[in-house]
Every structure is written in structure tokens, then in C-alpha cells.
Design a protein around this ligand. Structure first.
Ligand code: ADP
Length: 494
């Protein structure tokens, strides 16, 4: 809006008309005092100010206007009939005005000047607004940066106080902070500790994880600088995100050397113990067989003694299979589990495995579904071990039912699929993912059934070594379906 200040209503009238014809909004004041009041109340884009007014003249009004912060940037056009003298014109500029028009006013010139000054005002206003917005943005960023610095400082103090080796890195993977523990394993901040020659390089793994935006978790032996020996550590990295963007990485190395040593000692003990147990057991078995033969020929009448012997033999067989499982575990641990692979008909193996089970479990009914003609390339004894394990578990964990279903089919990918379905105690959903882990037993049922929790683990290793898959589907109290697949023989050794 434009404010016209003139003491003569007829002047105001004509100026107002000219401006309104040109689509400007106009307000008016008949004296300097009235103008100042209006300026304080409203916002004007331009003031057209008559110099010669009774009371406060135009220059005084302009001086006052330039004193208020609200109005100091409003352009002013002075109008004067008399003061055309250069001295007055200079005064007009000095008092804050930006243009000067002498009367009689030429409407075209006036409109040109008004338009220019109006645009200037709008530009100045936009510029001021942009300036303000920019200042606010700068303030906001400054504050955010200060907060970030504070958070980073907090994080660093935390990382200094933990016993692990810790570091932080930029989103591109450049290490920017390491704690004191780092320097026991690396002499430079930007270099990861040296890894054991048989372990993967941390740098390569780290760079790959950064490229793929995924956290890293690896067990690695790193060299302690003072001792010169390698210590096993668990390296874990986690991204710190702002929205969806990774802004930083935090990593820790946790010393798991003691844990590893304990595990190793336990595995060694298992290996030694099972070997030691096996030797006398083998002798006992042999003597019992001799005894059984002696009974059957010389003392056939003493049926009861023979019965006791059979029971003893059953227990010895059980002990034998327990020790065999323990031995298998130590073979798996040391990578010594050997496979004697050849091509054979899978159905023959399945049938003979089921026979073994039915001979020793007279009250169980095994229902077969499906039959495959495919060949398989694998270790017959080891795959039999898997089938027997699935079947014995199905019987063991179904004390109140008789039926076990064995389904055999070919998957769309051409793999032989075996499913062993029982109607027993089942497995709670949250336990199923751990069932194939070493030493794992479902707590809810462990007190009711004996076992070491290693059978399924051995099965999983055997199946993996035949490029197969395995798993379980089950509902607590509603039976289980254990399955495995092994690729069928396609002419090429697998
Ligand atoms: P074990 O039977 O000697 O404990 P396994 O490794 O064969 O060891 O099995 C691990 C655990 O899985 C068992 O302790 C049991 O809790 C659960 N499990 C295995 N098979 C079945 C099944 N058919 N039904 C219910 N639970 C089962």
C-alpha cells in the first residue's frame, strides 16, 4: 500500500486517482503527524510526501520515519512545488528519501518512479525475509552441530570407559576415533589391528560392509603388540542413523580368547573321554557276544540268564551309540569327519533304515508315503544315521502315540525330500530355530526324556556335507515334522 501525505485534499485526490488507475492501493494523511501515526500502525511499501506542509514539514516526517526500525526501509518520494533548489533536493535525500519530484506532477513520470520504487521495496523486503530465514537456518544448524558435538563427546567418553577395543568411523568408513585399548593392538588410528594369517583381513571385510551398508560381525584373531601373540576377538560394527541415513559407525572388538580356550579344552576333553570310553566298551561287547554264543549252545535251558544278557547288550549298544555321537562331535570340531561317498538307490536305504527301527521297536507303526526311484551320491552309513536319528527322535518324543509317518518325494528342484512326521510332544515355535544347535535341548521336555542334545546337530552337519537342507515344522503338543533334502544324483559326482 502507498501512503500519500499532503495537506491539500485536492492534491491528494488527484494523486490517489492516478495511482488507483494503475492498480495501487492507496492510503492518505493530511499532515505529518497523522502520517507518523499511520506509519506506526500499518505497513507501507512507499510514501509520497509533500515537503511543504504546515506544522511538521516533509523533511521532518522523513527524519522521524528513518528513526523507526519498522519503517526505516520504506522508500519516500518527496513532492515539492517550490523547493526545486539543489540544496533542498540534497536535504530530501539526506533525510532518508530516495526520490524527488517537483510539482506540477507529470503522471507518467510519477507512475514510473512509483513502480520502480515499489519493485525496489518488494525486492528489499524479499531480500530481508530471505536473510532472516537464512539466519534462522544458520542458528538451527549451529545448534544441531553443537548437539551433535556433545553427543559425539558423550559417545567417546563411553567408549573410553569400556573394556573392549572401540572405534567410530564416518559413514564412508574412515576411522575418526579410537579408544585407548586400540593402541594395544594397532599403532595407528587409521589402521586395523593385524590379523592372523589364516583369518580374513579386517580391512577387506570392513570395506565390503560399508559398501553394502550392513553391520559386520566376525570372529578374528588379532595381534597384541606387546605380547606378539594373536588373541581371538569378536568384532561387531553398528550403524548410527539419522532418519534413513547412516551418519556414523561404531565398532567394538571383544576379547573372547578365554572363552575360545575353554571351548577348545572342552572339545579336547570330549574327544579324549569318548576315545577312552570306547576302548573298554568294545572289549565288553566282544566278551558279551562270546558269552551269548556259549549260553545258546551249552545252557540253552537257562533262558532267563540269556534274557539278562540281552538286556545288558541293549544297554551296551545304547552306550556305544552315545559314545559314537560324542566321537562324531569331536570329528566335526576338528574337521576330521570323513565321508565315503558312492552312488546308490535312495529308496533301498530308506527301507532298510525303517526295518532297523521296526525290529527294535515292536509297538511302533511306521506308515510310508511316497516312493522315489532316484539315485543319490553320498555316504550311505552317514545318511542312514540321519534317518535313524529322525526316526528314534520321532518315537522317543511321542510316548503316547504309536504312529510315525515317513514321506518321501522329489522337490521341484530335483532334490530327494524325506519327512518324518510324529504326533508327539512337539516343539514350541520360539525353540525351533535352535533345535539343530550343538547341545541344545528343549527345556520344557528335557526332564522327561534322556539325551545329550547332539543328534540333530550331527545330522545337520551330515546333510550340509551332502549339499542338502534340513528343518522342522511343529506345534507344541501337536507333533513335529522333521525333514531333510539331498540333491539326487544327476550323473556328475556332487
Ligand atoms: P536329544 O534327543 O539327544 O536330546 P537331539 O539333538 O536329537 O538330542 O534333539 C535335540 C532336541 O530337539 C531334543 O532334546 C528335543 O528337545 C528336541 N526334539 C528332537 N526331535 C524331536 C521330536 N520329534 N519331537 C519333539 N522334540 C524333538
Amino acid at each position: 500500500m502507498i501512503l500519500i501525505v499532503d495537506d491539500k485534499p485536492e492534491n491528494i485526490f488527484s494523486l490517489k486517482k492516478i495511482l488507483e488507475i494503475n492498480n495501487f492501493e492507496v492510503d492518505t494523511a493530511l499532515s505529518g503527524e497523522e502520517a507518523l501515526k499511520k506509519i506506526l500502525k500499518h505497513s507501507y511499501a512507499l510514501i509520497i510526501l509533500d515537503v511543504q506542509m504546515p506544522g511538521m514539514d516533509g523533511f521532518e516526517v522523513a527524519e522521524n520515519i528513518s528513526g523507526y526500525s519498522k519503517s526505516k526501509d520504506i522508500p519516500i518520494i518527496f513532492l515539492s512545488a517550490v523547493n526545486t533548489d539543489k540544496r533542498f533536493i540534497t536535504k530530501g535525500y539526506a533525510s532518508g528519501g530516495v526520490d524527488y519530484i517537483t510539482k506540477p506532477v507529470d503522471p507518467d513520470i510519477l507512475i514510473l518512479k512509483v513502480k520502480t520504487l515499489y519493485r525496489l521495496y518488494e525486492q528489499t523486503r524479499d531480500l530481508n525475509e530471505a536473510h532472516l530465514a537464512l539466519r534462522a537456518e544458520i542458528e538451527f544448524r549451529k545448534q544441531a552441530q553443537a548437539e551433535l558435538r556433545e553427543r559425539v563427546q558423550e559417545l567417546r567418553s563411553t567408549l573410553e570407559s569400556i573394556p573392549q577395543i572401540a572405534f567410530t568411523a564416518k559413514s564412508n568408513g574412515t576411522i575418526e576415533f579410537v579408544n585407548q585399548q586400540w593402541y594395544s593392538y594397532s599403532s595407528r588410528q587409521e589402521e586395523f589391528p593385524e590379523t592372523h594369517p589364516d583369518d580374513p583381513e579386517i580391512k577387506e571385510q570392513w570395506e565390503a560392509s560399508i559398501r553394502e551398508n550392513r553391520p559386520l560381525e566376525m570372529e578374528v584373531r588379532i595381534k597384541a603388540l606387546a605380547e606378539g601373540s594373536y588373541q581371538c576377538h569378536l568384532l561387531r560394527t553398528t550403524p548410527i542413523k539419522e532418519g534413513d541415513n547412516i551418519i556414523k559407525w561404531v565398532g567394538t572388538f571383544t576379547d573372547i580368547e578365554d572363552q575360545k580356550q575353554t571351548e577348545k579344552r572342552k572339545d579336547e576333553f570330549l574327544s579324549i573321554a569318548s576315545h577312552e570310553l570306547k576302548t573298554p566298551l568294545t572289549s565288553i561287547k566282544a566278551y558279551m557276544q562270546l558269552l551269548e554264543r556259549a549260553f545258546s549252545t551249552e545252557l540253552a535251558a537257562a533262558a532267563d540268564s540269556g534274557n539278562y544278557l540281552k538286556r545288558a547288550q541293549f544297554q551296551v549298544d545304547k552306550l556305544h551309540s552315545l559314545i559314537a555321537d560324542l566321537l562324531d562331535i569331536s570329528k566335526i570340531e576338528s574337521g576330521r569327519m570323513k565321508f565315503n561317498k558312492k552312488v546308490f538307490r535312495f529308496d533301498d536305504l530308506l527301507t532298510s533304515s525303517i526295518d532297523i527301527i521296526t525290529q527294535t521297536n515292536h509297538d511302533v507303526r511306521i506308515i510310508r508315503k511316497g516312493k522315489v526311484e532316484e539315485l543319490i551320491y553320498g555316504d550311505e552309513i552317514r545318511i542312514e544315521q540321519v534317518i535313524l536319528n529322525y526316526l528314534t527322535n520321532a518315537i522317543k518324543y511321542s510316548p503316547d502315540t504309536k504312529d510315525v509317518v515317513v514321506e518321501n518325494s522329489i522337490t521341484p528342484e530335483g532334490h530327494i525330500l524325506v519327512k518324518v512326521v510324529d504326533f508327539g510332544v512337539g516343539i514350541p515355535a520360539d525353540k525351533q530355530s535352535q533345535i539343530f544347535n550343538k547341545y541344545y535341548r528343549v527345556e520344557e521336555t528335557s526332564h522327561r526324556f534322556q539325551g545329550l542334545g547332539i543328534g540333530l546337530y550331527i545330522c545337520s552337519e551330515i546333510i550340509k556335507r551332502h549339499s542338502g537342507t534340513f528343518g522342522v515344522e511343529s506345534n507344541a503338543n501337536n507333533g513335529s515334522c522333521f525333514y531333510f533334502t539331498i540333491p539326487k544324483y544327476t550323473g556328475q559326482p556332487i
